[in-house]
Design a protein around this ligand. Structure first.
Ligand code: BYC
Ligand code: FE
Ligand code: FE
Length: 472
């Protein structure tokens, strides 16, 4: 594969063809990226033709070009939301001053860390999903998986663009390191917890796209407020793609819930498992797992890092403009922490609670989706309610990592926690059962037994469209 870089090969709106330095950096990095993609990207499907959406410009319609392409030929572009002239800092200590087009020296490390942490998650998710193509419940789902995968690849490009353009030599080193860490690797793991968790069946995939990608949405949203303008503009464009990932997750679970209800009604004992489906209590366990792991992604509830990033104007709140006070120095925020074996409410300086505030927005959004799933169960006349476990449950980051709490949030002793753990979290046996369901269905329009068909196909195509074609 040639490493010649051109606007044609790498669609962009960053004047790549006029930037020799960036071209040279990308010419070196691109072959390593492709090597990584062939090794760690979707196994067994690199030569298939996949009905993908490719972004070729940021203009209306330009980012939604559909056609069958082979994934290694996907045009990983570099897109930033168009610059808004005269933009100023709208939160933190620099309110009113012009935003930065270059990296401010004093915040260089903080900024690099944010970009590297964000960038690392993108290839991690591709690695986690590498084998899923082999057990896809339908061609429609297979295509959606690959769409998510190539876009996460593009998100990596987005962060690498920032590192190459604004961080010189150590930026290039960080960009290389993104391709050398591996999800779940003992020696070189990915940076954040959730991105080292196995995602090796479709139930976990849908919950990952529902909850983990949703963390992505909120983190990107907070970064899209940034006073480092290139980061803000990059993240704004990434959010347009993120919407589809969230759709895949939320509707994937919706289709599972619907199918499970149908199977329960078919079974004389109301048992979805007996009918080869995913029973709702097992779904609940997987929700408990992914939801709690993803709450950790927001960091500690009291964080000086988060306060510093807000003060510097590098990372704001979700929809910063909807708040009244953008300095946040006078106020305090009530956070719940675990201290000396007890749950206590603590008034902390507002800025130090930024992680908790963003987590709160995320939780609200998750609850909205869970309510919708419950609406389906209710419509079937079944008496069962899915729920988000308490944010105190099963935490590894933050104050409650010290506590043993049940999914209702009650503090319990270690023995009780361990005794009940298998009721709350997926067991080895659950894993084996779920994996046993994962038999691929590759006939156009057909669905695996454990999931309902989608309401409609992709981009106006029928559900039975041949979304993925074998190499001819
Ligand atoms: N796992 O001060 P604290 C996405 C570390 S997902 C392991 O509370 P801070 C996507 C932390 O680094 C969005 N370690 O943390 C989704 C710190 O370490 P040091 C990804 C963790 O800095 C699906 C220490 O604990 N984007 O895009 O306030 C598919 C103290 O923590 C974890 C971002 O994350 C963890 N979960 O906040 C594809 C945005 N949590 O300094 C893609 C950029 C914390 O003691 N990142 N630690 O060594 C950030 O904004 C912040 O770094 C964090 C953490 C919110 C992650
Ligand atoms: Fe992403
Ligand atoms: Fe995503």
């Amino acid at each position: 594969m040639s490493s010649f870089i051109s606007d044609q090969k790498i669609p962009n709106n960053v004047n790549l063809s006029g930037d020799r330095r960036l071209q040279r950096a990308l010419e070196k990095w691109q072959p390593k990226f492709l090597e990584w993609w062939m090794e760690m990207g979707p196994a067994g499907y690199q030569m298939h033709d996949v009905y993908l959406r490719t972004a070729i410009s940021v203009e209306k319609g330009g980012w939604a070009n559909f056609g069958h392409v082979k994934m290694p030929d996907y045009r990983w572009g570099i897109f930033l939301e168009p610059k808004s002239e005269g933009r100023t800092h709208h939160f933190g200590d620099n309110i009113g001053k012009p935003v930065w087009d270059e990296v401010p020296g004093e915040f260089r490390n903080m900024l690099k860390r944010l970009i590297v942490t964000q960038g690392d998650t993108e290839p991690a998710s591709v690695e986690q999903q590498k084998l899923l193509g082999q057990t896809a419940p339908s061609l429609y789902d297979l295509r959606n998986l690959f769409q998510v995968n190539v876009e996460e690849g593009r998100h990596l490009w987005a962060m690498v663009y920032l590192l190459h353009t604004y961080f010189g030599r150590d930026g290039r080193e960080e960009a290389d390191d993104m391709l050398s860490r591996r999800s779940g690797d003992e020696d070189k793991p990915r940076i954040l917890g959730a991105f080292n968790e196995p995602t090796n069946h479709w139930l976990s995939f849908f919950l990952f796209a529902m909850f983990t990608d949703r963390d992505g949405k909120y983190q990107l949203s907070a970064l899209s407020e940034s006073g480092f303008d290139p980061l803000a503009r990059t993240c704004s464009f990434m959010l347009t793609e993120e919407a589809h990932h969230l759709f895949v997750g939320e509707t994937g679970i919706r289709r599972i819930v619907n199918r499970s209800c149908e199977l329960m009604k078919q079974d004389p004992n109301g048992d979805a498992r007996a009918q080869g489906g995913i029973d709702l209590p097992t779904l609940q366990k997987y929700i408990n797992f992914w939801f709690s792991v993803d709450l950790d992604l927001f960091g500690g509830e009291i964080s000086s890092n988060a306060a510093d990033a807000f003060a510097a104007g590098l990372k704001g709140r979700h929809r910063e403009t909807k708040y009244e006070d953008h300095v946040c120095l006078g106020d305090s925020f009530n956070v719940e922490v675990f201290e000396n074996g007890k749950i206590v409410q603590k008034e902390v300086a507002y800025r130090t609670a930024m992680n908790e505030i963003l987590r709160g927005e995320f939780i609200k959004d998750c609850q909205r989706a869970i309510d919708k799933w419950n609406g389906i169960i209710k419509k079937h006349g079944i008496n069962f309610e899915l729920r988000a476990p308490s944010s105190r449950f099963n935490r590894s980051i933050g104050s409650f990592s010290e506590a043993n709490c049940d999914p209702d949030g009650n503090v319990i002793d270690q023995a009780t926690f361990e005794k009940n753990y298998d009721q709350w979290m997926p067991t080895e046996e659950d894993e084996i059962y779920i994996k046993s369901l994962m038999q691929p269905v590759f006939e156009p329009g057909k669905m695996a037994n454990w999931i309902s068909p989608p309401k409609r196909g992709v981009n106006g195509q029928e559900v039975d469209f041949e979304y993925v074609r074998p190499p001819s």
